[in-house]
Ligand binder design. Structure first.
Ligand SMILES: [Fe+2]
Length: 306
């Protein structure tokens, strides 16, 4: 019972036509629908192997940034349990009724200690993946662009990382797989999971409400190399990579969408069980923790965010 995985991330962009072109043709997501209502002008996108309505929502706004992130709970009753725990923690919870939000039923929303709006939902509209559930081929034959099969995680900023970690552990039972400690022993970075992967959400010290990146899963390292070829072909601004993280042990490439939101495609990493012990990195090893091959930040990775 409880939180299963990251469901979707809702971001803002100043050009929805450009966003739709990039996210469908370069990243290779499927455009599910475009709506224009009291919640704004928005596009909803999903990966080819996802069956729920969307993993990414983009709302027109003159400024880039994050609106909210949404996790999926296994059962409808989980919403009551999480609402109780979040309320007991001292955080107000808002119920969003079925029919109020595109692509989903009832949900709960609340402000996290990191200054983000977080949502938990169980009931989502099923639109189906590109493969049938009976005798499927391994890969659809008509994919365009990088075409990740699913969303993987997001990285947000928080002024007080330990406070956010405590909130996620206490109210929703997230497991701390890895942490980065400053020379004084202060938690500067934290990696939390519910889904049995190295992280579903990561939190790094920075301005409250900030978004560092949204990450999509690829099935193997060769797909990361192919992603780099496609990004270079399309003239997309690559931040760093392909490379490997010390933290999570994943293989990665970071790049920016045309509006400036950082994207990642990611593969590999270990498979943590619920009793996985927390791995600690110290500040003097921060370069290797972040980029294992380079041993240092590129001067942009730790400072540029939306
Ligand atoms: Fe990441």
């Amino acid at each position: 019972m409880g939180v299963l995985r990251l469901a979707h991330v809702s971001i803002k962009a100043p050009d929805l036509d450009l966003a739709a072109a990039y996210y469908t043709q370069v990243l290779g997501l499927d455009l599910v629908e475009r709506t224009n209502d009291d919640n704004g002008d928005r596009i909803f996108l999903k990966c080819w192997d996802e069956r729920d309505h969307h993993c990414l929502a983009i709302r027109y706004d003159p400024r880039v940034g994050i609106d909210r992130f949404t996790f999926k709970a296994e059962f409808e009753d989980d919403l009551d349990e999480i609402e109780n725990r979040v309320t007991r923690y001292g955080v107000a919870v808002e119920r969003v009724a079925k029919g109020e939000e595109v692509g989903q039923g009832e949900s709960i929303r609340f402000a996290t200690p990191s200054g983000h709006e977080m949502e938990v939902v169980n009931d989502v509209v099923k639109v189906g993946g590109r493969l049938p559930l009976r005798n499927p081929t391994p890969v659809p034959q008509d994919l365009v662009g990088i075409a990740p099969p699913r969303i993987d995680h997001l990285l947000i900023h928080a002024e007080e990382v330990p406070e956010m970690v405590h909130f996620m552990q206490t109210t929703m039972g997230f497991h701390l797989t890895e942490q980065l400690l400053s020379g004084e022993g202060h938690q500067m970075g934290a990696f939390l999971q519910r889904s049995g992967r190295p992280h579903d959400i990561a939190i790094v010290q920075g301005p409250n409400g900030g978004l560092h990146h949204v990450s999509f899963w690829l099935d193997d390292w060769d797909h990361v190399r192919r992603a780099a070829d496609l990004l270079a072909f399309h003239g997309v601004s690559i931040d760093i990579g392909p490379t490997r993280h010390g933290i999570t042990r994943g293989n990665t490439i970071y790049f920016f969408d045309p509006m400036g939101t950082r994207n990642e495609v990611f593969t590999g990493g270990y498979r943590p069980d619920p009793d996985f012990p927390t791995i600690t990195w110290t500040e003097d090893n921060m370069g290797r923790a972040i980029f294992y091959y380079e041993w240092k930040d590129n001067g942009r990775f730790l400072t540029v965010h939306t």
